[in-house]
Design a binder for this molecule. Structure first.
Ligand code: ZN
Ligand code: ZN
Ligand code: FE
Length: 758
C-alpha cells in the first residue's frame, strides 16, 4: 500500500539546513515528494509505504539539524499522486509571513575543523560559516531571509561558493552568509587614527599587539569589543581608565574549557552552557590564586567568561592566551559601537588599534550573560544567541509593542502566542541609546511583521520610553506599573495565571501613588494587582543621585532609625562622614526637599552596605548590594523585625534592621556576620509575609521577581523555605529577573487589561 502525507512545519526551519536534511531523509527512506519553503515555515509531501512515512516523521524530530526548532507540525493524508523521486521546490511567496528568524550562532565543529585544515580552501578564513552556524539576526535587513536582504548582499559568491550554495546535499546549501577567501569579507588592521596598516597578516599582527599590552577594538558579531590581555594588570588598568569604567567586572574570553578551569570553577552544567551554540558569558566562581589580573573583577567572587564564538575570535585566541578581556566597545553605559566609522570616532580615545572587517552589522547585539543558580540557568542579559527566539505564551495576545523600562531596557513585540523580547538596548539616558531604542522597534516590527495595535509603557512620566509610547498615534496605549510588570513577566514565563503572591524586590520603579516603589508584596493577576504590603518608606535624598551614592541611603536609614542623635553613634560610618555634606543631606530630609519617599529593597541593601563601610559610592548599578552579598559569612540569627498591620496594606519596618546592624557594629561583630544576619532577616520576614497573605486568602503561588533576586543567597533561601512550607514558588530562568524582563510583563498585562475592558 502506498500513502501520501502532507505536512506543514512551523518554527525555525529556514536557513538552518532543514531542506537538505529532509531531502536526504526522504532519499534514505525511498520516499517521493517535495519540500518547499513557505512564508510560515516549510511544506513537505512524502509518498511511500506507511511504515517508511512514520519513520520519516519520527526521524525529523530525532535528528533535525542543530539549529532547527520545530514549533508546530500539521499533517494530513491525501490520495497518492505517484511522485517520481524527491525534490526541493523553489520557495513560494505568500502574503502572511510568520517564519521565525534564527539568532546568531557560534561557529560549528565542522567549520572549525575546516578552518584548521591547511588543505581546505577556507583554511584560516575568518568568516567561514555553513547552514549550521554563523551570523543571522545581526545581518538581516528584511525577510524572507535571503542573501540579498542581508549585509552579505554586497559580496557576490565565487563559482566554488555558488556551487555549494546551490547543492542540496552540501552543508552550505542556501547558507546565506556563505563566503571564502576569494569572494567574501576580509579583515584589516588600523591604527587609532583610522589609517590602515600595511603588510603582514592582520590577525597575527593583532595577536602580537595584544601580547605587548595594547588595547584593541575588535569588530565582532553584534558590535565592537575592546580587547586586552587579561593577565596584564597594567593593560587592564589602562583600559579601565580610558573606558571610564572604574570597577564593573570585565568579561573574559578564553580559548577552551581547560584554560577557563585554570582560573575559575566550571561545573558540568556551566561547561555545557559555555559550549552551547548561544555562547553566552557565564558567571563562574574564581579560583584562589588565579593568574587573571586583579583589575578584571575587583571585589567580586566571579568572573564573566565566554568561549570564542566567531571564526575570527577563534583565530585570535589561538595566540596562546589564557584569556582576553573582551568588554563591549563603548564608553561606560553608552550603546556598543557597530559601524567602522562610528567605532573609529567613538573608540579612538580608548583603543590603540582597530581590527575591523567589511561585513556590516545591521543590528547591535551585546553578549548575553547567564549564571547557574540552584541548578537552573538564570538569564541576566538576554541578547546575542537568544534573540529573536520567542518566549512562548500560554494564551494568544493582540499585536503588541511593550516599550520596557528606562534602565537595562529591552522592548517586546508580541503577537499570538509568541513574545519576542528584543536584544539588550541599555539605559535610555541619552539620545544615542534612545536612537537605538527606536531603531530596534522599527527593525523588529519589520522582520517579525508585527504591526502593533497596543502599546504598553511604564507609568513613569519622564521616561524616554513612556514619551515614545505616548507619541504613537492610532494605537491603544496602556500604562503598566513597574512591579506589576515584574510579577507578570515571571507568570508569563511559566504560563501560570493568578492570583498569585508577588514579591517584587528591586531598585526603583514608579508607584501608582507617585512614590518610588521597590520592596513590594503584591496580590497580582495579569489584569490588575493590589499592593498588599511593602517595605517601609524612607526618604531617597536627592532622588536619582542617591542611587550612585549609597552613603546617602545609609544616612536616610540612620536618620529614620535613630533620629538626630546619629552623629553620636560610635561607628566608623558616622566617624568618617563628611559632616558638611551630611548636614546638608539631613536638612534636605528634614525639610522634605527633593526627597521622594521610597520603599525600595535595593536601596535598603545600599544603605546597609554603606553602613558596614563597604561602599559609599557606586561606580555601577547594584555595586553596593553585590558587595554586601559577596561579603556575607556564615552564621545564624536575624534582626527582630515584625510585620506591622496598616491600612490598606502591611508595612515591613526598616528601623529594627538598622538598629540591629548598629548594635552589632558597636559590639564588633564582623561585616560578614552582619551581612549574613541582614540576609537572614529578609528571608525570615519575606516568608512571614507570604504566610500572612496565604492565611488571609488561600493563595499558594509565590512569584519572585525584580533585580534584588539576582542575589543568590536570597533567591536560594527563599525558594527553599517557601517550598518547605508548601508554597508553589516561581522564579525567573529564561527571562531576566531584572528590568530586562519588564517589557514581557508589560505586554501581557496590557492585553489582560484590554480583555477585561471589552
Ligand atoms: Zn558551520
Ligand atoms: Zn567564495
Ligand atoms: Fe525593576
Amino acid at each position: 500500500m502506498i500513502r501520501r502525507a502532507k505536512a506543514t512545519i512551523n518554527g525555525i526551519v529556514q536557513g538552518v539546513g532543514f531542506r537538505p536534511f529532509i531531502y536526504q531523509l526522504a532519499k534514505k527512506r525511498g520516499l517521493g515528494g517535495y519540500i518547499t519553503n513557505t512564508s510560515t515555515g516549510v511544506d513537505i509531501e512524502v509518498e511511500g509505504g506507511p511504515e517508511e512515512i512514520e519513520a520519516f516523521f519520527e526521524e525529523i524530530h530525532l535528528r533535525k539539524p542543530p539549529l532547527a526548532r520545530i514549533v508546530h507540525v500539521e499533517r494530513q493524508y491525501l490520495p497518492p499522486q505517484q511522485y517520481r523521486g524527491f525534490v526541493i521546490k523553489k520557495s513560494r511567496a505568500q502574503a502572511q509571513r510568520s517564519t521565525l528568524i534564527s539568532p546568531d550562532v557560534s561557529i560549528c565543529e565542522d567549520c572549525l575543523r575546516e578552518m584548521g585544515d591547511p588543505r581546505d580552501r577556507r583554511y584560516r578564513y575568518p568568516f567561514i560559516n555553513c547552514t549550521n552556524c554563523g551570523p543571522r539576526y545581526t545581518i538581516i535587513k528584511d525577510i524572507p531571509y535571503d542573501r540579498d536582504k542581508t549585509s552579505m548582499a554586497s559580496f557576490s559568491m565565487c563559482e566554488a561558493c555558488r556551487k555549494e550554495y546551490e547543492n542540496p546535499l552540501d552543508r552550505r546549501f542556501h547558507a546565506q552568509p556563505n563566503a571564502c577567501w576569494e569572494c567574501g569579507p576580509t579583515v584589516c588592521l588600523h591604527e587609532c587614527t583610522g589609517r590602515p596598516m600595511d603588510g603582514g597578516d592582520p590577525i597575527s599582527e593583532a595577536r602580537k599587539l595584544l601580547k605587548s599590552g595594547r588595547i584593541l577594538a575588535i569588530k565582532g558579531l553584534g558590535g565592537f569589543h575592546l580587547a586586552v590581555d587579561a593577565t596584564d594588570g597594567a593593560a587592564v588598568q589602562r583600559l579601565r581608565e580610558r573606558k571610564n569604567r572604574e570597577e564593573k567586572p570585565l568579561a573574559l574570553m578564553s580559548p577552551s574549557i581547560e584554560k577557563i578551569s585554570e582560573y575559575a570553577h566550571v561545573s558540568f552544567q556551566e561547561a555545557h552552557l559555555l559550549q552551547s551554540p548561544e555562547r553566552p558569558i557565564v558567571l563562574l566562581r574564581k579560583k584562589e590564586g588565579n593568574a587573571i589580573a586583579a583589575q578584571v573583577a575587583p571585589r567580586n567572587c566571579c568572573f564573566g567568561v565566554m568561549l570564542p564564538y566567531t571564526p575570527l575570535h577563534n583565530l585570535i585566541l589561538q595566540g596562546g592566551f589564557l584569556a582576553l578581556v573582551m568588554t563591549s566597545g563603548n564608553i561606560s553605559e553608552e550603546a556598543i559601537a557597530v559601524e567602522n566609522g562610528e567605532a573609529f570616532r567613538r573608540l579612538s580615545g580608548i583603543a590603540d588599534y582597530f581590527l575591523v572587517h567589511n561585513r556590516d552589522i545591521y543590528l547591535r547585539n551585546d553578549d548575553s550573560v547567564v549564571r547557574v543558580l540552584g541548578e537552573r540557568v538564570r538569564m541576566i542579559r538576554r541578547s546575542r544567541g537568544y534573540v529573536p527566539v520567542p518566549i512562548a505564551l500560554d494564551r494568544g495576545i493582540r499585536p503588541t509593542l511593550a516599550c520596557g523600562p528606562c534602565l537595562a531596557n529591552t522592548v517586546c513585540l508580541a503577537k499570538g502566542r509568541n513574545a519576542f523580547l528584543s536584544q539588550h538596548v541599555g539605559d535610555l539616558e541619552n539620545l544615542e541609546t534612545f536612537g537605538s531604542f527606536a531603531m530596534t522597534i522599527e527593525h523588529l516590527k519589520s522582520v517579525l511583521q508585527i504591526d502593533p495595535q497596543v502599546i504598553a509603557y511604564d507609568l513613569h512620566p519622564d521616561y524616554f520610553s513612556t514619551q515614545y509610547a505616548i507619541s504613537q498615534r492610532g494605537t491603544r496605549r496602556i500604562g503598566v506599573q513597574h512591579h506589576h510588570a515584574h510579577i507578570a513577566s515571571c507568570m508569563a514565563e511559566h504560563g501560570i495565571s493568578g492570583p498569585v503572591i508577588g514579591l517584587a524586590m528591586d531598585g526603583t520603579g514608579y508607584g501608582t501613588d507617585g512614590t518610588v516603589w521597590g520592596g513590594e508584596f503584591l496580590v497580582a493577576d495579569f489584569d490588575g494587582f493590589e499592593r498588599a504590603g511593602h517595605l517601609q518608606n524612607v526618604p531617597l535624598p536627592g532622588g536619582e543621585a542617591a542611587i550612585h551614592e549609597p552613603w546617602r541611603m545609609a544616612l536616610a536609614h540612620l536618620h529614620h532609625a535613630v533620629g538626630k542623635d546619629l552623629f553620636d553613634l560610635p561607628i566608623e560610618f558616622v566617624q568618617h562622614l563628611d559632616r558638611k555634606k551630611a548636614t546638608i543631606i539631613l536638612a534636605m530630609i528634614e525639610r522634605n526637599l527633593n526627597c521622594p519617599q521610597t520603599s525600595s529593597c535595593g536601596r535598603l541593601f545600599d544603605g546597609v552596605s554603606a553602613l558596614l563601610g563597604l561602599r559609599d559610592w557606586a561606580s555601577y548599578r547594584g555595586q553596593a548590594a553585590v558587595e554586601l552579598e559577596m561579603e556575607m559569612g556564615h552564621g545564624e540569627g536575624s534582626y527582630p523585625v515584625m510585620i506591622q498591620e496598616e491600612k490598606p496594606g502591611f508595612i515591613i519596618p526598616c528601623g529594627p534592621v538598622i538598629q540591629g546592624v548598629i548594635t552589632d557594629l558597636i559590639e564588633g561583630l564582623s561585616r560578614g556576620a552582619i551581612s549574613r544576619r541582614f540576609h537572614n532577616t529578609l528571608v525570615r520576614v519575606f516568608v512571614d509575609a507570604c504566610l500572612k497573605l496565604r492565611n488571609g486568602r488561600t493563595l499558594n503561588r509565590v512569584v519572585l521577581s525584580g533585580g534584588v533576586f539576582q542575589n543568590a543567597f536570597l533567591l536560594g533561601e527563599l525558594e527553599r523555605r517557601l517550598a518547605e512550607l508548601g508554597f508553589e514558588v516561581y522564579t525567573h530562568s529564561s527571562v531576566p529577573t531584572n528590568d530586562g524582563g519588564i517589557s514581557l510583563g508589560q505586554a501581557v498585562v496590557a492585553n489582560a487589561v484590554l480583555d477585561k475592558r471589552e
